[in-house]
Design a binder for this molecule. Sequence first.
Ligand code: ATP
Ligand code: MG
Ligand code: MG
Ligand code: MG
Length: 581
Amino acid sequence: MIIRLSHLFLRTLRDDPADAEVASHKLLVRAGYVRRIAPGVYSWLPLGLRVLRKVEQVVREEMDGIGAQEISLPALLPRDPYETSNRWTEYGDSLFRLQDRKGADYLLGPTHEELFTLTVKGEYSSYKDFPVTLYQVKEKYRDEERPRAGILRGREFVMKDSYSFDLDEAGLDASYQAHRGAYQRIFERLGVEYVIVSATSGAMGGSASEEFLAVSEAGEDTYVRCAETGYAANVEAVTTPAPPVLAWGDAPEARVMDTPGTETIESLVDWANGPGGVADEYGGAVTAGDTLKNILVKVREPGGEWQLLAVGVPGDREVDGKRLEASLEPAEVEMLGAADFASNPFLVRGYIGPRVLAEHGVRYLVDPRVVEGTRWITGADEDGRHVVGLVAGRDFTPDGTIEAAEVRDGDPSPDGGGQLRAARGIEIGHIFQLGRKYTDAFAVDVLGENGKPVRPTMGSYGVGISRLVAVLAEQHHDDKGLRWPAAASPADVHLVIANKDEQARAGAEDLAAQLDAVGVTLILDDRKASPGVKFKDAELLGVPVVVVVGRGWAEGTVELRDRMSGETRTIPVDQSLAEIR
Ligand code: ATP
Ligand code: MG
Ligand code: MG
Ligand code: MG
């Protein structure tokens, strides 16, 4: 196929779009691949559509390769199934809802677990029909709070979603592993640098779940990885076992803890807001209804008076226009020697969480007796100082593990092997073992081998197809423009006619025809423009191989430019066909 730039519906732009922050957004717009219609809603112009289709193609091949079968469900969906699964409510503001002329509720599908479950229920009724995996490549609709970075986070976007149905756990595991392998091949083929991390299951429900994150500073996800052990997780999913939790009373000072009275949130709040308390310092107070992280830490020298060391407030709380950070740097903790306690009895520096306490060898105690969702912390560090605190809200999960937001760069790996390193990533794929959440909701039972009904167990698996186009642009570009990996490039070769001579032009046309004949897709710059303009556009558009029919033509040579490496070679025309194809 020959795409002639003299005819192509394309306008490249000199300037970055005003609303663009990340490189992929700027370049995809400047190179004329996509155009914005509304926040998070984009049109695909010819070259963009070609990249999108190529990504789809790779995904389809790998899905077909594991035996998944493509179907297509509507994007316009009735409310009922989503009511049954409770996602009409759970999805909240992210759901695009609409009504038909009779007032019946509809939605635009954000993901299709419900409909795939009902589809399988509608067709299959016996164990003999299973396992089965279905997929589609489809526009999805989510009213994202912050549509961002062009097609990276759209409100309309293209997703490949697949759903596996198995009769038992072993089957589900096999389907999950098959998808995992297929995803690895997809991202490998497309030339994406990525990591696989364990993930929370979020709104999908279910248990085992991993994300594929493209390594990128432009990403909105943070993951941690341990080089020594291979442990990798989205920070949202990290559960670090808490340091040994002492039984109530084991800490020597725990029983003489000088609290304001009975151990309730209200009494502690009174205490914190009392003379010299939080209210004085912040001009604001801790309130009993505050369900966010509030930690009050009191210290005392052995035998001395209890003193309030720190009050942490939610990180997003502002006092006097000043954002209160919900963290205390290790260096700051180091600083808090005994002398500091004495000289600065009311150090309000930020939040001291279990992570910091653990890091500094402070043993602490969790008392489950206090109000739901609230925990006392008491204990002693090696210097014999004692810490008493209250953690309200999200610091602890019910099983005593420290929650996710605490995990940071440099933390010990939960599997004990080394240090965690944090980095940013863009979620490009997500695989879940859903279990029976949806087959339960829709009462999907099929006839079992022994005549008894069996309820299939499900997996659900997504790839962000349109997002991948942005990810590829994000990972492969330079200051001049895009640099597509071959598997995603809108063309195999970009042939520039940079010689006005009629013979050279005819020779270039001939070379293009020969390349076309052997199946090479090429962009042919046959425009009446200056070589400089053409070279700039070739760099911006980003096809990996650029061939220039230029001054050398008279001597029987063309120039071969590698857009990825920047390398330029002059080769004889009669060798070019063999080199390029
Ligand atoms: P994110 O954390 O980025 O919001 P998600 O976890 O909500 O993504 P899933 O429900 O797991 O997304 O959907 C499967 C895949 O669809 C994601 O891994 C991602 O690649 C893609 N995706 C999700 N939301 C968007 C979006 N708004 N725009 C483009 N692609 C998206
Ligand atoms: Mg999301
Ligand atoms: Mg996510
Ligand atoms: Mg996800």
